[in-house]
Design a binder for this molecule. Structure first.
Ligand code: ADP
Length: 919
């Protein structure tokens, strides 16, 4: 055995013997108190405490047996010596302590349970029991401390201040423990190979409201830790399989377990090891036997720390998520603005907007692929895609999606809202891909809406079940809005362009029509007009060639009068095969039916005589507009196009206008030719007539002159004297003859004027002489009518140059008329000169001439209508001849008159006539 025994001092031996006595006595006391507790509990009928009391009794028996073995009669030597050998120390630490801890632990729990029964014998018995157990523990501690001091004098260690002692001030008075039943949260794993320890801890912690699991050893603990989450592990240091330190080390090496806090359970003498454990990452340690207050405090602190740590972790996670969100939204904003830029640029190019959009969808929403589908009111068709698997794409192209609940996109159209399907395999209605094996799981479809109208759908999909986040859904909705903006932009742009084109076209049409009208109105050359019409018709109808045919009524043949855009060979070909009424060509059909006839594709039309010619010339479509007069067919306008296809209604209407213009031009030309012909004929006839009148007048004058001459001779009695009575008869013959001569002269003058043969004989004359001659010739006539005759001739009038005889004729006519139409009053002749002109006037006090007649009386055969004029006789030619003569002198003649007061005829004659008609 150990040398300690022999080295023992006598005083220590005495102390050892005392200690043994004390231990035995205390153990005996514990037995008595335990028995007492049992009896009192039964007496109080507290069967609920029976289980704990049984445990206390069992532990008491265990303790008594062990003490009996250790310090019975045969073991006295060990206890008599001062220092404890290692075996004795081990025994004190473990073998005796285990039952003693159980007694103390269960006893303390009974104390708590019975706190309200203070002063009763049961409560007092429990108090005594716990107190005895504590005394025994203190005794053991002293013994261990003594033996350590003995074997390691001066050693400084935790053992010098036994934890039980150091914890003593914190020991709870019972009332401090009233909160023990407060419900705590947390899941705790208890790891201990000692069943009593496990049980005690478990009951205490459950009582404190924790959820508790237990493991009997190190391996079981590690297994439990991988299976469930724990907030705390209470880990016994000494275990047979894997000891507590190793379990701790393994936990700290495992990232998943590293954060789970661990409190080591140690025997009071294992403080050294406990420090190792704390260095290895344990949060704290708890010495056995468990002080309930310390237990609660340490576990509480540890769990609180864990909660803070969890909260911190959670906060960090949230921060990280927030940072990620921020980063994501920055990315989204960048993408959105970039997209807007592209939309701004790509008015002409919707495709590149869509392509960019699907690319962003995939990038920013963490989806495997993306689609854009356009809705045509019936089905959705694929217009852009990114990363779509080839067989899926082919499937979508072959099976246009219809509105309905069977697909994400179809559902989005139907519901007009965003459709998010977290897992299509859990969606009983999803059926789009049928039997095609697709890796699709999570699907998001966003409709592109303009008002209530669906323009299309943007869809993104994932190959795993991972629902899209709110911010991703919002982003997709923004993208859909932007797609709508892009589509709208393109639509508006195209509309504006179409309007602009329409306007430009209208302007062009108006210009062309203006040009054609101008040609029709200003050109009598039919060829020029028709060429203008056919050129404009072809250009405006967007065709390649055209002709205008004019119908010859006599032959029934349509003659191509004007062509545009057709080469000579083709024109010659057409001419070689003339088109006729009744030959069933389009021209014939159009004119007979009086409607526009078109052939959209000559290829598909039954061959007519000219079709091969048209096809050879490269034309595929043609349009014929009939040219129709009021009562007859005029011809046809034909345009031909190299591209097949129907002609738009607008083109037909436009060409109808051109056709109407053509008819006008052709009829104008016809009329013009007719008029031209007639006037040529008339001119010839009129010339003949004038010639005839001139000849006749001349021929009439000769015999009349002879007759007048003979009558004069008879009057003068050159022949035998005639009976007195016959003389007045001869006078009348003479005056009538002279009147007739005057008439003939007048007619001769007029016909000369009309035949352009009227000439002036210019010579010097004196105006006074002319006035004098006229006065002499008319004086007697005025006197017969009792009219005053006044002459006012300015003095010193110069000589003039002109035809004296013709000017005398003019003045004679004016004065003759004045006397003829005036019944009372006077006739006045005035002559003066001013500014190189002679001013000559003849005034009367006759009836006057109405204003509307004042110009017309100068026309041929014109007389003021009325009985007066007719009664006065006359030819109505005098003033016409007078004006001709005056104008031939370069002068003018006009009348001023006041009805009922008289008329004044005025002349203005250049003094020196330089008339064109002068000889
Ligand atoms: P005529 O006198 O031979 O009919 P004119 O040419 O000389 O032909 O005159 C034309 C018409 O003018 C006359 O018929 C008459 O009605 C009108 N007229 C001419 N002179 C006068 C006048 N001094 N007073 C009224 N009417 C006149």
């Amino acid at each position: 055995m150990s040398t300690h025994e022999t080295d023992a001092e006598p005083s220590e031996r005495i102390q050892g013997a005392n200690t043994r006595e004390q231990v035995l006595a205390t153990v005996g006391l514990i037995s008595v108190h335990a028995e007492n507790v049992h009896i009192e509990a039964m007496r109080h009928g507290r069967h609920d405490l029976e289980l704990d009391i049984d445990r206390i009794l069992a532990a008491t028996r265990d303790l008594t047996d062990r003490v009996e073995q250790l310090i019975g009669a045969g073991t006295q030597a060990i206890w008599s010596i001062g220092g404890l050998n290692p075996a004795a120390q081990q025994a004190l630490r473990h073998e005796l302590r285990t039952p003693l801890n159980a007694i103390k632990g269960y006893g303390e729990m009974l104390q708590e349970d019975l706190a309200s029964l203070r002063g009763t014998p049961l409560q007092a018995a429990v108090e005594h029991l716990v107190s005895a157990a504590n005394d025994l523990l203190t005794l053991f501690d002293h013994m261990v401390a003594l033996s350590v001091r003995k074997s390691h004098p001066g050693a400084i260690g935790e053992e010098a201040i036994p934890p039980v002692v150091s914890d003593k001030p914190q020991r709870s008075p019972r009332d401090r423990d009233t909160s023990s039943t407060t419900v705590q949260s947390g899941t705790i794993l208890i790891v201990d190979d000692n069943e009593a320890n496990r049980d005690l801890l478990s009951r205490r912690l459950t009582r404190n409201g924790y959820r508790v699991s237990m493991a009997v050893g190190g391996q079981a603990a590690l297994d439990a830790l991988t299976e469930a989450d724990f907030d705390l592990v209470l880990l016994d240091l000494m275990m047979p399989d894997i000891n507590g330190l190793e379990v701790l080390q393994r936990m700290k090496a495992d990232v998943r377990l590293r954060m789970v806090p661990v409190i080591m359970i140690t025997a009071s003498a294992e403080t050294d090891s406990a420090i190792h454990c704390i260095e290895a990452g344990a949060e704290d340690y708890l010495p056995k036997p468990f002080d309930p207050v310390l237990l609660r405090a340490r576990i509480g602190a540890c769990l609180e720390k864990k909660r803070w740590r969890d909260r911190e972790q959670d906060y960090l996670r949230r921060l990280e998520a927030h940072a990620k969100d921020l980063q994501e939204s920055l990315k989204q904003q960048t993408a959105t603005s970039e997209l807007l830029k592209v939309i701004g640029r790509s008015i002409f190019d919707l495709r590149s907007v869509f392509n960019l959009l699907v690319e962003y969808c995939v990038k920013l929403c963490e989806s495997e692929h993306a689609f854009i589908l356009r809705f045509d009111g019936r089905v959705l068709r694929l217009v852009a895609d990114h990363n779509v698997l080839p067989d899926m794409k082919a499937y979508v192209e072959r099976h246009p999606i219809t509105p309905g609940r069977g697909s994400g996109a179809g559902r989005a159209v139907l519901e007009r809202c965003t459709i998010h399907i977290p897992d299509i395999r859990n969606d009983p209605e999803y059926a789009y891909y049928g039997t095609l094996a697709v890796p699709l799981r999570t699907v998001l479809s966003v409709p592109m809406l303009r008002g209530d109208e669906v323009l299309g759908v943007i869809a993104i999909n994932r190959h795993e079940v991972r629902p899209f986040t709110d911010s991703q859904i919002t982003l997709m909705e923004t993208f859909a809005d932007q797609a709508v903006i892009a589509i709208e932009n393109v639509r508006l742009f195209e509309e504006v362009q179409a309007r602009t084109q329409e306007l430009a076209h209208s302007v062009a049409e108006l210009k062309a029509l203006g040009e054609v009208s101008q040609a029709v109105n200003s050109t009598i050359d039919l060829e020029t007009v028709l060429a203008t019409i056919v050129a404009n018709a072809v250009q405006l109808s967007d065709t390649d060639g055209g002709s205008i045919y004019v119908l010859h009524e006599a032959s029934g043949e349509f003659e191509p009068r004007s062509t545009y855009g057709m080469d000579e060979a083709v024109i010659a070909g057409f001419k070689a095969k003339p088109i006729r009424i009744g030959d069933k060509t389009v021209v014939d059909q159009a004119t007979v039916q009086r409607v526009a006839v078109q052939i959209a594709d000559v290829h598909h039309d039954d061959a007519s005589r000219v079709h091969d010619l048209i096809l050879r010339a490269g034309f595929r479509a043609l349009l014929t507009i009939p040219l129709l007069g009021a009562d007859r067919i005029v011809g046809a306008l034909v345009v031909r196009r190299k591209r097949p296809g129907e002609f738009p209604k607008k083109t037909i209407e436009l060409l109808q206008t051109f056709a109407a213009q053509s008819v006008l031009a052709i009829q104008n030309a016809r009329l013009f030719h007719e008029i031209e012909k007639k006037s040529r004929e008339l001119e010839v006839a009129s010339q003949h007539q004038s010639q005839f009148v001139a000849n006749m007048s001349h021929e009439l004058r000769t015999p009349l002159a002879a007759m007048l001459g003979y009558a004069e001779l008879l009057q003068e009695g050159i022949y035998d004297a005639l009976p007195e009575k016959s003389l007045p008869i001869l006078g009348r013959i003479e005056s009538n003859g002279k009147h007739l001569l005057g008439l003939i002269n007048t007619v001769l003058d007029i016909s000369k004027i009309e035949a352009g043969q009227f000439k002036l004989n210019l010579a010097e004359y004196a105006l006074g002489t002319i006035v004098e001659t006229v006065l002499v010739a008319t004086e007697s006539l005025a006197a017969t009518k009792k009219l005053a005759f006044n002459i006012e001739i300015a003095k010193g009038l110069p000589y003039g140059i002109g035809d004296e005889q013709r000017l005398t004729q003019v003045l004679l006519n004016l004065v003759g008329n004045a006397i003829k139409f005036t019944d009372a009053g006077e006739v006045r002749i005035a002559a003066a000169a001013a500014n190189g002109h002679f001013e000559l006037s003849v005034s009367d006090t006759g009836p006057g001439i109405p204003p509307e007649e004042r110009e017309r009386i100068f026309e041929k055969f014109r007389q003021v209508d009325g009985s007066n004029t007719r009664a006065k006789g006359g030819t109505g030619l005098g003033l016409a001849i007078a004006r001709e003569i005056v104008e031939m002198h370069g002068g003018r003649i006009w009348v001023e008159s006041t009805m009922g007061q008289g008329s004044t005829f005025r002349m203005e004659l250049p003094m020196r006539a330089a008339a064109a008609g002068a000889t």
